[in-house]
Write a protein that binds this ligand. Structure first.
Ligand SMILES: Nc1ncnc2c1ncn2[C@@H]1O[C@H](COP(=O)(O)OP(=O)(O)OP(=O)(O)O)[C@@H](O)[C@H]1O
Ligand SMILES: [Mg+2]
Length: 424
């Protein structure tokens, strides 16, 4: 059975330091190929993107259609890079992802902490994690403690009697993760590892200080909005809200009786989530369904667009606020929110977010990746860029989630156990 499993080949063996990311979104599929430089720099050498067909709210609904979109995006990136891909990190945004942080303590067998002690602590944390019937996407050791002293990043070799670990475990609905993995596999690509969208978006858009002091990244996509909270350098919450830019487009199409195509155009050119002076006087042409567009055909004041769009954006951020307060992570998340994803480009989104979340908002574009053209350096490409950083920075190696050979019926936990035995 094809599953989201991490390829056995370690990162250092990727041919010529080449890494690849495949972001299968609701509106577009994007493939990035990059070279990792000696100092850890990431330089994009190939970019391919294509309209996504067969994905709804981040989940596969038509396998043949999405397979074609994936092939087209991968082919485009391969052609530009002059390279052919065997494997890629693949984004997972659907599947009702949620996360939990498990803290456990185990006795150290000798006087110093060894690999075996670390394995045992992680295994114990995985036993306590609630992963039944779900696919483990990430299991990230956030920090270790020794005899109650917290904040240790690398415990091996340190003296102590008790070793503690805080393991952050992100899970998703297993069937959705597997369906996407099958589509990627059909496109002759091996899934090197799944990456949660919001986590990747945070790696690409947050600066180190934000990740350390606490910040939230909100990736507003076409079909859904994913949320990640970072604190002390790592992720402490991954969640999602089933609303995105396509819902706004739908509302405009319904509200004004126009086609989805025209609604999309009206949204990007004229819509706003906040009122601007003069909106009542500014008229935009809205071609009605079934009628040929003509200048002055069906003038609608811009304020009408705002009236349709604003409640949807408010609803979206009210859900984000509820998720953050229900998680208990709101405190550690600090005051900073970074908005990214294609739908974050809607005018006025930042103002609505600031008012509802009561936090400082800034727009987020992919940082830390070289070689992106202007058209691919925008917020819609943050997730794909973040996956490259995940692959290049060693985070992928430290992540023990969903690793190892997947056998039919094998639980995520069993796979983590096998990976621990094989790799550490
Ligand atoms: N300039 C713009 N103004 C407003 N919305 C925009 C703009 N550009 C793109 N969008 C919207 O962004 C959305 C697509 O964003 P993105 O590419 O991040 O989504 P995706 O990754 O395909 O989907 P998802 O992450 O939900 O699976 C679309 O709904 C599109 O209408
Ligand atoms: Mg996306």
């Amino acid at each position: 059975m094809l599953m989201f499993t991490r390829a056995q080949r370690p990162r250092s063996n990727t041919p010529n330091g080449t890494i690849a990311a495949l972001d299968v979104g609701t509106t577009k599929v994007c493939c990035l190929i990059a070279k990792v430089g000696a100092a850890g720099s990431v330089k994009v050498t190939g970019v391919g993107h294509h309209l996504a067909r067969g994905i709804k709210a981040g989940a596969v609904v038509d396998m043949d259609a999405i397979e074609d979109s994936i092939r087209a995006a991968v082919h485009g990136a391969e052609k530009m890079a002059g390279d052919s891909l065997g494997q890629a990190y693949v984004n997972l945004s659907a599947g009702h992802q949620h996360s939990q942080t498990i803290g456990v303590e185990v006795a150290v067998t000798g006087t110093k902490v060894t690999d075996a002690d670390v394995h045992r602590a992680i295994e114990q944390a995985m036993i306590r994690a609630d992963v039944a019937g779900r696919e483990v996407i990430h299991a990230i050791p956030l920090q270790y403690s020794i005899d109650g002293a917290t904040g240790i990043r690398e415990p091996r070799g340190m003296f102590g009697a008790r070793l503690g670990v805080h393991l952050h475990v992100v899970t998703a609905d297993a069937s959705q993760a597997r369906n996407l993995a099958i589509c990627v596999g059909r496109g002759d690509l091996e899934v090197q590892g799944p990456v949660s969208s919001a986590y990747a978006a945070g790696l690409a858009t947050l600066v180190d200080d934000e990740r350390d002091l606490g910040a939230t990244v909100v990736d507003m996509g076409g079909g859904l909005t994913t949320i990640a909270v970072f604190s002390e350098g790592g992720p402490v919450l991954v969640d999602s809200v089933g609303l995105g830019g396509q819902h706004v487009t739908n509302d405009i199409a319904r509200g004004l009786g126009t086609s989805m195509q025209h609604a999309e155009r009206l949204k990007t050119l004229y819509a706003s989530a906040v009122e601007n002076p003069g909106d009542d006087r500014e008229l935009v042409d809205v071609p009605l369904i079934g009628e040929a567009p003509r200048i002055g055909g069906n003038p609608v004041p811009r304020s009408e667009l705002v009236r349709i769009v604003r409640p949807r954006i408010e609803e979206l951020f009210e859900h984000v606020r509820e998720r953050l307060s229900a998680s208990g992570c709101d405190e550690v998340a600090g005051r900073r929110v970074v908005l990214t994803g294609g739908a974050s480009q809607l005018d006025g989104v930042g103002e609505v977010a600031a008012r509802i979340l009561e936090k400082q908002i800034r727009p987020g574009r992919p940082l830390g990746v070289e070689g992106l053209a202007e058209s691919t350096a925008g917020p819609a490409f943050a997730t794909a860029a973040g996956m490259l950083l995940y692959a290049a920075s060693g985070l992928a190696d430290a992540d023990v989630g969903s690793l190892g050979p997947a056998e039919k019926g094998g639980s995520s936990f069993a796979r983590v156990g096998r990976w621990l035995r094989a790799n550490l």
